[in-house]
Design a protein around this ligand. Sequence first.
Ligand SMILES: Nc1ncnc2c1ncn2[C@@H]1O[C@H](COP(=O)(O)OP(=O)(O)OC[C@H]2O[C@@H]([n+]3cccc(C(=O)O)c3)[C@H](O)[C@@H]2O)[C@@H](O)[C@H]1O
Ligand SMILES: Nc1ncnc2c1ncn2[C@@H]1O[C@H](COP(=O)(O)OP(=O)(O)OP(=O)(O)O)[C@@H](O)[C@H]1O
Ligand SMILES: [Mg+2]
Length: 275
Amino acid sequence: MKEQEAIISALGVAASFDAAVEARRRIDFLSGYLRAAGLSTYVLGISGGVDSLAAALLAQRAVSELRGAGYDAKFLAVRLPYGTQADEKDAQRALDTVGADEAHRLDIKPAADAMLDSIRSAGVELGDARRQDFLLGNIKARQRMIAQFALAAARRGLVIGTDHAAEAMMGFFTKFGDGAADLLPLSGLNKRRVWALAAHLGAPSQLVNKVPTADLENLVPLRPDEDAYGVTYDQIDDFLEGKEIDEAARQRILDAYFSTAHKRSLPVAPDLSLR
Ligand SMILES: Nc1ncnc2c1ncn2[C@@H]1O[C@H](COP(=O)(O)OP(=O)(O)OC[C@H]2O[C@@H]([n+]3cccc(C(=O)O)c3)[C@H](O)[C@@H]2O)[C@@H](O)[C@H]1O
Ligand SMILES: Nc1ncnc2c1ncn2[C@@H]1O[C@H](COP(=O)(O)OP(=O)(O)OP(=O)(O)O)[C@@H](O)[C@H]1O
Ligand SMILES: [Mg+2]
């Protein structure tokens, strides 16, 4: 139980949750930060999943409020499909729901494929088809961040990330890919709290209740996150709320958490304090 409490505390998961209070807190965080930084644009990739929808609704509200207060601010939403995307309709629905100030679509396929091909052409042994597909998945996630940071730099902007406590605990993100962002407005929320926040902000129930997917593998499109975890979001969320869960699931969660510690910190460096 001690380990569980330490993880809950490290990930900043609160003992109780009120969607309206959390929405207000996180909108204020986004508007306050942009203004204090003296910048004008928030940039975020819209996948069709609930995390980016929730974060986008917060961002659009934040910049609208800033504009109402006379400050020049904009939200730029960007679709970043790898070629054609199986759940494109959901992504379009998310864009319609958010009503972003500005929206663009960039295909990451040419750049992602070119990178994998270059590595292959250099003669690097990459393993079997399944392994190569997994490697390409991480290249896709990093390619999406390259695009978002380029857009942010072009617009005096900042990149919003969608990491939250459930994904952070499982280390379920690409290091310096979707894990790399300037701000994380969903930080400290487990998945059911993200769902509640999205619903509170007006997300349609079909998008809130959708099966979460990283959708990074060509060989298994829309693979549910829970398949990759080997535990359910219900178990993850219960664990993060301090509840007792099945022992095998608990062990899986602890293994995932400890083996991915390096992904939740800055790059490791030598101890320079002894010089
Ligand atoms: N002990 C250690 N200390 C410092 N660094 C260490 C390390 N062990 C590995 N590393 C480094 O970390 C790298 C592995 O991390 P990483 O590149 O992230 O790769 P990895 O953790 O193997 O894969 C990413 C996982 O996150 C999932 N994902 C990715 C993106 C988005 C989503 C989503 O939900 O949308 C999910 C994806 O499906 C996959 O299961 C290694 O290649 C190595 O460079
Ligand atoms: N096809 C895509 N187009 C644009 N952005 C994407 C795409 N795929 C992933 N992203 C970005 O990467 C983030 C991480 O993906 P992740 O799957 O964890 O979140 P999600 O799709 O928003 O929600 P869920 O986890 O419920 O599927 C997304 O929130 C989004 O910002
Ligand atoms: Mg997704």
